[in-house]
Design a protein around this ligand. Structure first.
Ligand code: ZN
Length: 83
């Protein structure tokens, strides 16, 4: 298993981007799982958000809201545009 930590988003712009979050108040992880070999952790508290992702950027540009600490996470942009 590869473990990758997501980046905490300071300006999540939730109205513009798809948001992955729990609809209930459960804090049991992960948010969802697949059958890849990458675990994606919350960048703030290392809560297991996505188990078995197939790629580090499996969530694309979505924001993942951590059910444990409430932080907004996004995938690291490995070849993103320099700002
Ligand atoms: Zn968290």
């Amino acid at each position: 298993m590869i473990v990758e930590t997501l980046l905490v988003v300071r300006d999540p712009q939730l109205e513009r981007r798809p948001v992955i979050r729990r609809e209930d108040d459960s804090q049991v992880g992960p948010l969802f799982f697949s059958f890849g070999n990458i675990n994606l952790l919350c960048g703030a508290c290392t809560f297991l958000l996505i188990k078995g992702a197939r790629a580090v950027d499996a969530i694309f540009d979505a924001i993942v809201v951590c059910p444990n600490c409430g932080a907004c996470n996004e995938a690291a942009q490995e070849n993103g545009v320099a700002s």
